[in-house]
Design a protein around this ligand. Sequence first.
Ligand code: FEO
Ligand code: CA
Ligand code: CA
Length: 633
Amino acid sequence: MSLLEENQSTDLENMVGLSRRGFISAGALCGAAMFLGGNLLSRSVLAASVSAGTSKLLGFDSIPAATRDTISLPPGYKSSVLISWGQPLQKDGPAFDPSGNGTAEQQEVQFGDNNDGMSLFEFPAEQDRALMAINNEYTNYRYLYPHGGMPQSADEVRKALACEGVSVIEVRRQNGQWHFVQGSRYNRRIHGNAPIDLSGPAAGHTLVKTSADPQGKHVLGTFQNCANGKTPWGTYLTCEENFTDCFGSSNAEQKFDAAQKRYGAVAASKEINWHQHDERFDLAKHPNELNRHGWVVEIDPFDPQSTPVKRTALGRFKHENAALAETHDGHAVVYMGDDERGEFIYKFVSRDKINHKDPKANRDLLDHGTLYVARFDAGDGNADHPKGQGEWIELTHGKNGIDASSGFADQAQVLIHARLAASVVKATRMDRPEWIVVSPKDGQVYCTLTNNAKRGEDGQPVGGPNPREKNLYGQILRWRTERDDHGAKTFSWDLFVVAGNPGVHAGTPKGGSSNITPQNMFNSPDGLGFDNAGRLWILTDGDSSNAGDFAGMGNNQMLCADPLTGEIRRFMVGPVGCEVTGISFSPDQKTLFVGIQHPGENGGSTFPEHLPDGKPRSSVMAISREDGGIVGA
Ligand code: FEO
Ligand code: CA
Ligand code: CA
């Protein structure tokens, strides 16, 4: 979702011509290694003293920031549109209508709006064929209806719900180019009115029962689907993020309880006003409907008839993505961030082991297990490259003070109100946790903390992994688990990068850490992805005003980092007004799929094609090399 932050400060502080030092110096490295000690983090510190531009992992030159209404790439790279908002999934399907007069029924069989996280699923033994599951996070009301405003009828709410959820599509490669296969039997929409099952400990609980579903086991729809995860058993996880925005109340004076308030319930519904036209979203009439959203949903992309399942054991909050890992003894781990200022980072560990021989045996693996929340220490306070220790605190009823005395009757309540349970155990309030990824090379875990203008107030102390007051730029946190076991209860952490603007602010913290330069600077890291070679791709959802604190940063973009040296280069810049979000790779790593979300959010864009009325459309792009080589190499 776009950066809708207040405090877009435009005070131009001292314009300083900074000569940024290259990267971490040999001395700093020495200190880091000594502080962390032993073998535990020997690979987690920046490995060697390097100067700018020496990474052997990054095979392209950093490109300049840009404000153009197009995709900018390094020389030798090209991009094409894989699929755009409104494209019909079936051969006889309704065409996209740029006037906004297309109906809800038509949108329900077209590619959804505002594509976000996505995963690619290979067909065994078919290297030129795959499925892609792609989230559709929300919709641009500016472009959705002929009147360009908020929904004004039940039909218009239904159309908005049809824009959201997930699109599953088949893709094939011909002559080196991947394209969308219209009419494939796998093509499918799972939208905001689709039937979804609720499973795990909170299914059937009083708090999830409604008049439409007295059993509390069958929900209508998944919406506000931000980012994603892919399980080792071949299923897709879609994460429900800003669900509370969809709810409001017909009673302007409605009093909300502590749990409703903590999840952001307000009578006014952030202006989209679905509750005025569809009473399912009216908290005065159906307060429990709110509890049926904010979950991770599991989908089998290879079975178009399957019913998606909301996995309540993973907890309810504003889910960003879901990063899969495995413990040394074979249990599944899911790392998850809650994207709100001052909220937390979680992990789930399955009770049962993954069955790698029989994928279907893992069908209910995510229904049983233990949820933990992260607590970080204050770290060493190093301004450029802070590091410290952390631990996972169990969120289980009857443990760690989570019981009737703190307001929890049972484990279902702990999961439905996971934020409240995490506060009981004094988890660390973070700078808006966005994506989490696990390195395929060394198992270290990276998490974007996108920004937090409120850091330093509101009970959110400055320090540890959140070291900057009024944090406009964000940082990337990294942790390494004890014994490199994702099942371990403790870990060591450091900040891989602290974003900043060295063109505007001198030194750390606002100029960023020493691996930020005027040539690679960016703000609000959000999406993350590792390729097979261990390159870390960073996608931004930041302020693209190119002015004030953000002068010189241009449009939102995608960068690529060498995790060992800390070097970061800018690889792609997106069109005007977009967010760059969602990343996946072809199995041979020769195509990188990346999402361009809400181009022209505030006007000024016609991306990706010049339609008669100039309406921009969110799209998935396929990026490849002219010479057919591996992207990034
Ligand atoms: Fe949907 Fe937190 O981004
Ligand atoms: Ca995001
Ligand atoms: Ca964001």
